[in-house]
Structure formats: structure tokens, C-alpha cells
Design a protein around this ligand. Structure first.
Ligand SMILES: Nc1ncnc2c1ncn2[C@@H]1O[C@H](COP(=O)(O)OP(=O)(O)O)[C@@H](O)[C@H]1O
Ligand SMILES: [Mg+2]
Length: 347
């Protein structure tokens, strides 16, 4: 299990948008994912469409509650799981009571870490935590629990203050308790045409080096609309540039995260503007035609999809309107048992 905390003390830089849509992309890429709203404002709860439920059921407040009253928390009661591979723990204003009460609890910063090490949470491949815009106990819990911290930055030089804040906390985590999460930075609300954006990227690259993720999330009104509709971008508009940006960013996060592991995330793409459906089928998905192996059509007529592949050699083909095609961008092919040939990929 990997725990990813999304944090930056600057409000409005895209923490919630990033947490929700990275979690959704991870689920789509095949990982069992848990998203936790750890902000009393409950923005992720709204964005996931659970505003009503959060007022009636248990919330992330109940993660902490057992530590200052004697009520035992039953973990399955916290988790909503009506989406495929994407579970969720909501938040509401009650959580600000935790922020206040934690001040008098010893070991208050490590509660979430301890809770997530419970057997119950082992079934998740990823836990994503949306943090509030302040460095109180909630953010501290989020960062303490994390294997990786992702810091979204809008293109404002105030974002650099956020960077210093995060480094201060991770410095403390390391020196005081030996936790050593990797910190990565993601540019959000990026307008690639503006000179300002280019200059900002240059400055950020100088400051952050390889810890600045290469994929950025462009500015897109679809993200605002999706949040308002209580949907992830993949539910609201899977063909948008924003959905593509989040796939790419998430793929980079997985790869950066698994530098030494034996998997890659690879994009499969085919230009087929006239086609009604395109699947990528191969030994990595048992040649099974299913919704999750279908590519998404972009406005350009390009079909695109991302798949996680294990190390080794793989055969695949595109299924375009029920006709088999090899990958025109991949010269590596090999004869198959049906008298035809398959595209080959190896790493
Ligand atoms: N890439 C983007 N393009 C357009 N709007 C965005 C983008 N990212 C975030 N927003 C919008 O900006 C506002 C602040 O984003 P949010 O994720 O809530 O930030 P934070 O959680 O850091 O306060 C929200 O209304 C959100 O919909
Ligand atoms: Mg937020």
C-alpha cells in the first residue's frame, strides 16, 4: 500500500481537484484506491457527490474520535464504496473539532498513520489524502502517514512559500521520527501559451529539479464543472484535456513511485477518426474485450488509453470496430498462431 498526501498551505492551488482526480485515475488504471477527505471544509466530499451522505454517516472525524473519547471506531463504517475500485471517507465541519482536540493528545500526529496500518486497510493499493490549507494537526497527520507527498502549485509565486512549508515539515518528520516521504510537485492551472507560465516552469525546475513532475494539469473549466456536479473528471468528461492531463500525471506518479519496481504505465494510441470503438487487447489483459480495455476518443480523432504492464515481453493488437489491427506506430511484430502477426512490446 502506498499513501499519498496532497498538501500545500496555499488555498485554491488545486489540492482537492488533484486528490480527487488522481485517485479516480488510479482506480481506472486498475488499483484499489481509497480517497480520504481530511479537510473540514469537505470540498472533496462535495466533488465526489457525497455532500448529503456526509451529514448522515461517519466521516474522517471518526478516525480521530477514538483518541479523545472512548468510542471504538469500526473502520468499514467509515468507507463509502459505490464506485469501482474507488472508495471514499468523507469529511464535514465536525473535523475541525479534531483539529482542536488533538492538541491535548500525545502522539497526535501519528493517529492516521496508525489507523491506516490496520489490517482492514491492507486491501488498498493506494490511499490518497486531501489535506486542509493550513499546517495544523490534520495536515501533520496527512504528511506523517504519507509515503509520498504531492504538492500542487498554481502559477503563483506564493506557491513557493508552500514549498518551504512542506520542506520544513518533512525535515521535522525525518529528524524527529525517521519518516522520509518523497515530495513531488505538480503544476496546476497551467496555461502553456503564456510566457509567464514558461518562466514559472523554468524557475520551478531550477528550484525543484527532478522533483517537479513533467506532466502538468492545464486550466480547464471542465474541472470546475465536474466538481460542481459531484463527479470525477473521468465520469463527467472522459474525453476532455483535463482527463488526459490527469491520466498522464497519475501515470508519471506511479512510475516515479515505482522507479525500481517491475511495472510501467504505457499509453496506447491510434488515429482512427471514423471508428466507433477501439480496444487494446493483449496478453496483459488476457485478450478480454471489456469496458476497461476500451480506448477513449479525443476531439482530434485520436483514441488513447493507459495500461499498466508488468516487466517482460507482451503481444497486443487493436480491435477497431471488431477488426484486428497491429499498432502502426510500433514496428515490432511477430507471427501468431492464427497465421497473422501481433505487435510486440518489451521492456
Ligand atoms: N486545472 C484547473 N483548471 C481550472 N480550474 C481549476 C483547476 N484546478 C482547480 N481548479 C478550480 O480552482 C478552485 C480551487 O481548486 P481546489 O482543488 O479546490 O484547491 P484547494 O483544494 O487547494 O483549495 C476550484 O474551484 C477548482 O475547481
Ligand atoms: Mg481543498
Amino acid at each position: 500500500m502506498k499513501i499519498i498526501s496532497v498538501a500545500n498551505q496555499k488555498g485554491g492551488c488545486g489540492k482537492t481537484t488533484l486528490a480527487v482526480n488522481v485517485a479516480a485515475a488510479l482506480a481506472r488504471l486498475g488499483s484499489e484506491t481509497l480517497l480520504i477527505d481530511l479537510d473540514p471544509q469537505g470540498h472533496a466530499t462535495f466533488a465526489m457527490g457525497y455532500a448529503k451522505e456526509a451529514s448522515e454517516k461517519k466521516t474522517s472525524y471518526d478516525i480521530f474520535r477514538g483518541y479523545f473519547d472512548n468510542e471504538k471506531t469500526v473502520y468499514p463504517e467509515l468507507v463509502m464504496n459505490d464506485r469501482t475500485r474507488l472508495s471514499f471517507i468523507p469529511a464535514n465541519m465536525m473535523l475541525s473539532a479534531a483539529e482542536i482536540n488533538l492538541g491535548s493528545v500525545t502522539g497526535a500526529a501519528s493517529i492516521l498513520y496508525k489507523v491506516l496500518s490496520d489490517q482492514y486497510f491492507r486491501r488498498f493499493d493506494y490511499v490518497i489524502i486531501d489535506s486542509p490549507p493550513s499546517f495544523g494537526f490534520l495536515t501533520l497527520n496527512s504528511m506523517y502517514a504519507a509515503d509520498m507527498i504531492v504538492v500542487p502549485m498554481d502559477l503563483s509565486y506564493f506557491s513557493f512559500n508552500g514549498i518551504n512549508g512542506v520542506y520544513r515539515v518533512t525535515g521535522l518528520l525525518k529528524s524527529e521520527i525517521g519518516r522520509n516521504p518523497q515530495v513531488y510537485f505538480a503544476m496546476n492551472i497551467f496555461d502553456q501559451r503564456s510566457n509567464f507560465a514558461k518562466q514559472f516552469e523554468g524557475d520551478a525546475r531550477k528550484k525543484l529539479g527532478p522533483y517537479l513532475l513533467s506532466n502538468k494539469v492545464r486550466s480547464s473549466v471542465r474541472l470546475r464543472e465536474a466538481a460542481k456536479a459531484g463527479k470525477t473528471i473521468f465520469e463527467y468528461d472522459p474525453k476532455s484535456t483535463a482527463a488526459l492531463d490527469f491520466y498522464n500525471l497519475t501515470s508519471e506518479l506511479i512510475t516515479v513511485d515505482m522507479k525500481n519496481a517491475d511495472v510501467i504505465v504505457r499509453e496506447f494510441a491510434l488515429h482512427a477518426p471514423q471508428a466507433g470503438s477501439v480496444y487494446v487487447l493483449g496478453d496483459f489483459n488476457n485478450w478480454q474485450k471489456s469496458e476497461s480495455n476500451m480506448l477513449t476518443k479525443l476531439e482530434t480523432g485520436q483514441w488513447s488509453g493507459h495500461f499498466t504492464l508488468g516487466k517482460g515481453r507482451h503481444r497486443y493488437k487493436f480491435l477497431v470496430d471488431d477488426e484486428w489491427h497491429n499498432d502502426p506506430h510500433n514496428p515490432a511484430v511477430e507471427a501468431n498462431v492464427f497465421g497473422g502477426a501481433d505487435s510486440i512490446i518489451e521492456f
